[in-house]
Design a protein around this ligand. Sequence first.
Ligand code: NOJ
Length: 747
Amino acid sequence: MQTAKMAVSLSLLLGINHDMMNTQYLDQISDLLDQMTLSEKIGQLSQFQTPYGQIPENFKQQLQNGDVGSVLNEADLDTITEMQRIAVEESRLGIPLLFGRDVIHGFKTVFPIPLGQAATWSETLVEQAARVSAIEARSSGINWTFSPMIDISRDPRWGRIAESFGEDHWLTSKLGNAMVDGYQTDNLKNHDAIAACAKHFVGYGAAESGRDYNSVNICENELRNVYLTPFKSACDNKAASMMAAFNDLNGVPASGNEWLMQDVLRTEWGYDGVMLSDWDSIRQLSIHGFTENDKASALAGINAGIDMEMVSTTYADHIEQLLSEGKIKTSQIDTMVKRILLLKFKMGLFDAPYTASEKFPELVNDQHRQIAKEVARNSCVLLQNKHNVLPLAKDDLSSVALIGPLADDGYEQLGTWIFDGDEQHSVTCLQALKAYLGNDVALNFAKGLATSRTTDDSGFNEAITAVKQSDVAVLVLGEESILSGEAHCRTNLDLPGAQHALIRAIKATGTPIVLVVMAGRPLTLTPIMDDVDAILYAWHPGTMGGEAIKELIFGEYSPTGKLPVSFPRNVGQIPIYYNQKHTGKPVTDDNWAFIDDIPVRAEQTSMGMNSAHIDCHFTPLFPFGFGLTYGELSYQNLQVKTPSITPEGALIVDVELVNDSQRDIIETAQLYIRDLHASVTRPVRELKAFKRVEIKANSRQPITFILQASELSFYNQRMQKVLEPGLFHCWIGGDSQASLQGEFRVI
Ligand code: NOJ
C-alpha cells in the first residue's frame, strides 16, 4: 500500500502515467535520491565530452566524485569500459553512465543518409538499418544515440535536410518510430539495445532561408498540425529521450521554452523520457539575447525542463546558487534527476553496466553489408529515363565509360555524420562495375573533375576520350558529403563547380548519358535535364552504394525509391512542398500566365490573379512521392466503398494497380486526402497511407486502403483536436500528383 502510494505521487511529480513505471524502479530511485548530495544530483544532469580514447586525471576525479551523468562522443570500448568501471566501482553511489554519440545512419556499416532511407518508404528497412546501427554501436560501448532526427524539412538549402525524413509529417512519424524501434528493440534492457533521442524539439527544419540555426516562426496551429506530430508519435512510441533545438521559436529559444517543454511535452503529452539540451544550447540562451548571463540561462533551461545539459556547464556552475537564492526548488532538480535515473534503470544499467562484447557479431559483417545494400538499393529514385536507356544490358554492351569525382570515392558516398564510418569498407561504383563487367565489357574510367566543386576542367579531355571509346557514359556527380549536413547550407542548389560543363562536354560526343547523383539534399536539376538521358538519384548511399547502384542500372532490380521531398525547379520556388494550402487564389494551368505571355504595359488589375510566380511553373520539378521504375504501371478503377463515414467508422477505398510490363515490380501506392472545408484551412493534399506492393509482370492487382476516420482529425482554432463533418476528396496513385480521384463525406 505504502509503495503504491509512493509510486503514484512520484508518477505525478514526474508528470507520467503510473502504469508506465515499474514500482520497483520507484523504490530504487527514491532510495538513491535520498542518499544523493546536491553535487551528485548536479552530476547526473551533466554530459561531458572528453578527448577521444583518454581519461584525463581531472575527469577521472569527476567520475569518482559522481559528478558525471553522461559522456558524449567516446566510442573506444576500452575507454568506455574503464569510465563505466570508475563510475560504478569508485564513485560513492555507483550510478552508471550513459554514453551518447551521433549514430545517425549507421556506425561502421554506413546506411544511406536518413533522407535516402526515407525514399525507401519502408518502415521495415529503416528499422533494420537502425537495428544494425544499434548492434554495432552497442558493441563499442555506446548506449545512447542522438537519433532519429524528425524535423520536418521543406527547405533543401538547409544542409541538415540530409538527416531528416523529408517534408511530410506523417511519413516522418512512421519512419521515426521505425528507427526508434530498431534502436531500442522491445526492451531497453536487451544487451544490444540503445536508447534513442528524437530531435530537435522543435521547428529546427523551418529555419528562415534554410540557414542553419536561424530563427523559426511557426504559428501554433501549424506547429500542432505539422511540426509537433512526429514528436508526439515518438512520445507515444516511448522514445527514451528527446533533444531541444538550437533555434528560437516564435521569439523564444527552444532550449528555454517552457510552453513547449513543460506545457505541451510534459503536461499535455505526459512524456517521461529524458530531455537533453543540444550542444551548448543552454549557454547560448544568452547569446540569443534571451538571458543576461549563464546563470540566467541555467535558470531558463531548468524552468523549461531540460534534464541534462550537453557540454556547457551552466547547470554545474549555477544550480547551487540558484537554489540558495530560492530561484529554483529542490523538487525541480529532483524531478530532473529522477528522469535520468529512470532511464538508467529502464536500460538495466544498474545490473549490467558493461557491454557484453562477447555477445556481439563482427562489425561490418556480411549480413550488415547485405542490409546496407538493400536499403541503398531501395533508396535510389529513378527521376528520368528517356528512351528507356536504363536498364543497361551487359550483353548488348562492349564498353562503358564511368566518369565523375564521386564514381570511386569511398568516403564521399558515405555522407554527412559518419563519425565511425570507414571508407575502407565502401564499395564504390568503380569497384562494383569492375567486378560485374569483368573481362566481357571494357570499363573506361576517368574522374573528369578532381572534386564535385572544383572548376578546374583539366581532366575533361581524359573523360571525353573515355566516353568516345564507350557505348554509354555513366556519370557519378553531385555533392561531396561536406556540402550538406550541419551548418553546410547553400543558396545555389545546382551541381557545384564545373560538373554541368562536364556534362555538356560529354553530351557533345553523342553518347547516351546515365547520370547518377549522390547528394545530401534535392539539387536543382532543371539546367541539366535535357543534357542527360537517365537520372538515378542515389543521395549519399553509404557503404554499399556502388553495389546497389550497379544492381539498379544493370536491371538486376527495378528502382523502387520514391521522393520524400519535392524537388524545386529553382531556388526561388523554395519552400515548395506538396501539402501546401489552397489559398484564396489558387493557380491552375488555365489561369497561370508565364512572363512571356504578359503583354508589355499590361494594365495592373486584381482580377484573375493567382498565387504563382510568373517566371517559373508553379509545380515542382519532381513532386513528393515521385519515382519511376522499369516498366509501365497505372492505377485504375478507384472505388470509394464508404461514401459516408461516421467519426467511429473507417474509409475504405479500392483501386487496381496494373503492370503492363514484362518485369515484376515493387510499387509504393499512396493514398492522399483533402478536407475541402474546415474551420482552419487544410492542405491541398495530405498523405494518409501507403503500401509497398509487389506486382507480377503483366498483371493486375487490387489494393484496398482502410483509414480510420479519426486519422482525418486536426487541430482547430482553439487548438483542440477535432474531426469536422464535411466533404473530402481522396486520391490513390504513385505520387502526390495522383489524378485518380474519389470523394466521401464525414457525417
Ligand atoms: C549538435 C547537433 O545539432 C545535434 O544534432 C547533435 O546530436 C549534437 N551536436 C551532438 O553532436
